[in-house]
Design a binder for this molecule. Sequence first.
Ligand code: NAD
Ligand code: DAU
Length: 341
Amino acid sequence: MTILITGGAGFIGSHFARRMVSQGSRVVVLDKLTYAGNLENLKDITEDSKTSQLFKFYKGDICNQELVEHILSVEGIDTIVNFAAETHVDRSIQSASTFIDTDMKGVFVLLEASRRYKIKKFIQISTDEVYGTAHRGAFKETDALNPSNPYSASKAGGDRLAYAYWATYKLPIIITRASNNYGPYQYPEKFVPLFITNALEDKKLPLYGDGKQSRDWIHVEDHCASIDFLMTHGKDGEVYNIGGGNERYNIDTACIILDELKKPKSLIEHVKDREGHDRRYALDCAKLMSLGWEPKIKFENGLKDTIEWYRSNQSWWKRIKSGEFAEYYDKQYKHRFSCAE
Ligand code: NAD
Ligand code: DAU
């Protein structure tokens, strides 16, 4: 199998690339290397002589039709897993334009090329955010979509466009909607790595609103295992929810992080809430589980290991935090800290 992993230099894509080469698949990564893409995330693959020969990297944009078609024509790709996306909700609130380009137009370019080059399997990595807030119960795949921020709305566009290519052209697509991932190599703008690294630096943890929003956490290794599983066991044209079964209030997750690092709770600062903040995400994963897959990593264990990874890999995140991130952090948080609730 030769897999094209788009967005393979990001958080989840790099874990998936590592998993697939270690199992002997040939992997081609196409990544634009935006602020979130990082070749260091793939270093263990490229520096190992066994895995490096199974691996090829292209720097480029999934919106670039010519480049995408070139890769499909020369690399003998049979499967595409599309992780490439603008992924941070807060950045989409600041400015949505790149989200529309990559998360919608980029998906269109990949789907068109896949149709032309008769790709055998196309996995569109969507998100549980497309359902919007779960006021009660848990969302099934058949529930209506109700995205409420520019990120989730653009992901919903890509999600439904992928479905349209199945319904209209019978392109063999599968759509996955996973819950919040955590684990090593996650860009420190996201809640878990931001709170771990801020705590390690004795900086304030900016908790939005009352902190009683909840998220269902899945370890990135479990998420990648489920995608691998669906490549062979999933049915074309279907959507699969992928949850971790670990619903937690943000404030409780923040407290676990502080306890683990032996830091005081006073580091938590309640700040002005995110605009249009989805209060709760919750997934019904019976459809995936009925095929015989379930997550293995318990949240408290996975979080402990993740904290240890950030403690032992400070050069990885300190380099990120001193670059473009510093400017973003100021813009996102400076006014929030000054008008704390
Ligand atoms: P990330 O932000 O860490 O990585 C995204 C990667 O995509 C980066 O390497 C970036 O350089 C690349 N990229 C961005 N625009 C591109 C373009 N136009 N062309 C080529 N490459 C481009 O994201 P992540 O957290 O690893 O998320 C991966 C996918 O999983 C996304 O589609 C996201 O919507 C989805 N997802 C994420 C989560 C989560 O909790 N992180 C949960 C569910 C679904
Ligand atoms: O649910 C899947 C989605 O999870 C993915 O599709 C997205 O790509 C990914 O970014 C994530 O979205 P969230 O908005 O849930 O993740 P984030 O890490 O930004 O925030 C998690 C929760 O923590 C959310 O309720 C907002 C809150 N939060 C976040 C940040 C960055 C804070 O309280 N303070 C913060 O500084």
